[in-house]
Design a protein. Structure first.
Length: 341
């Protein structure tokens, strides 16, 4: 078995509510580790609407969604949480000693006394592009994310898409791949202008290829791709391809959360409104993933849920310790934890 990472509280999901939970738990001396399938923190705020202004965060008449995530990261920094990105939590089981074992799709193992599910609308999963026969190559040659750059070294890589992920990986894989070809259905790109300029510069220097059109067919054997066809305005182009990276956006699916034996209510996890605990003692659910009468899927509701969950989590982790209610304004012990001079 791989190495086991132990922590007090394992948080599934690094969206705004998982992040704020680190703060509340940290005030009560609980160490946290967060796992997210995305490659960075922020959940829906970072992935779906980073540049949109939010108007209903208490104390901020207006704040950008990514700005809120950045502020939350700054707020939790004193508690030094652990993060594991690019991993989907697939397994959750109770051990004989009462604590929990959490496993990921890359077989990492985590153990914690308390699990907090802050999984929002579920896991973001890549959309499969409409390329005939793509399923046959998904084990070996088609990747929907770059987990290890080394897996692309020396390969003929074809990146498909016109957004930030497609441009980022075109630029980052160019130095390691045998050849990178970027395929997009039109000459305009939706990515950061600086990256678009860098990509054009590489193409002008013949360091990458850019093909305008849509992938219409794949060729290979035994699950291993060797080439593909791009149908473009000037006809078909054959492109050598041993690694295909399509970036066609993400969709949200409940995913493995449904398989953990918890009661569900229309794809949400019912909780009580005192502790926000699920049908399994020691497993809490906060934020968009939970359900109770009157539930509102708002960030401010999730913040409140994190504060109340923390009180209950503390009783599990330190059952003999008296939980003292304190204000952050006036408690010197909280100031110490926060590094307030
Ligand atoms: P999420 O932000 O969904 O984060 C959950 C995280 O869990 C995700 O990153 C996901 O990848 C991860 N995850 C799930 N399952 C797994 C798994 N098995 N393994 C690993 N990781 C997993 N709310 C407001 O209060 N005000 C607004 O103005 C507002 N505007 C919005 C505008 C838009 C366009 C949208 C889409 C939402 C808006 N919301 C707004 C809603 C708000 O974004 C959500 O309430 C909030 O993001 C919920 O936070 P969360 O942390 O519970 O979940």
């Amino acid at each position: 078995m791989s190495d086991i990472t132990t922590t007090d509280v394992l948080i599934i999901g690094a969206g705004p509510i998982g992040l704020f939970a680190v703060f509340e738990l940290g005030l009560f001396d609980m160490r946290c580790h967060l796992i997210d399938i995305l490659d960075r923190p922020g959940g829906q705020c970072a992935e779906l609407y980073p540049e949109k202004p939010i108007y209903d965060i208490p104390g901020y008449p207006v704040i950008g969604a990514q700005e809120l995530v950045d502020k939350l990261l700054e707020q939790i920094a004193p508690f030094k949480p652990g993060f594991t990105f690019n991993r989907m939590v697939t397994g959750l089981e109770r051990l004989e000693n009462g604590s929990f074992r959490v496993t990921t799709d890359e077989n990492e193992v985590f153990e914690a006394k308390v699990v907090v599910i802050a999984a929002g609308g579920g896991s973001f999963q890549p959309k499969r592009p409409p390329i005939p026969g793509i399923e046959a190559y998904e084990q070996a040659s088609v990747r929907y994310a770059v987990r290890r750059i080394e897996d692309f070294r020396g390969h003929d890589v074809v990146v498909v898409g016109g957004g930030d992920s497609a441009l980022d990986w075109t630029l980052n894989l160019q130095p390691v791949a045998r050849r990178v070809t970027l395929v997009h259905r039109r000459p305009e790109f939706r990515a950061a202008p600086d990256n678009v300029n860098k990509m054009h510069a590489l193409r002008d220097a013949s360091a990458i290829d850019l093909v305008i059109g849509q992938v219409s067919g794949l060729a290979g054997e035994g699950g291993a791709l060797h080439s593909l066809t791009v149908k473009g305005p000037d006809g078909d182009t054959e492109v050598a391809c041993t690694r295909l990276l399509p970036f066609f956006g993400l969709t949200m699916k409940l995913g493995p959360v449904a398989e953990w034996g918890l009661n569900l209510h229309e794809n949400q996890i019912p909780v009580d409104t005192e502790k926000f605990e699920t049908s399994e003692p020691g497993i809490f659910a906060i934020g968009d993933i939970n359900w109770y009468p009157g539930k509102l899927k708002l960030i401010l509701s999730g913040f409140h849920e994190a504060a109340l969950m923390t009180q209950a989590a503390k009783h599990i982790i330190s059952p003999t310790e008296r939980v003292v209610f304190q204000y952050t304004t006036s408690s010197t012990s909280l100031h110490k934890k926060l590094g307030v001079p």
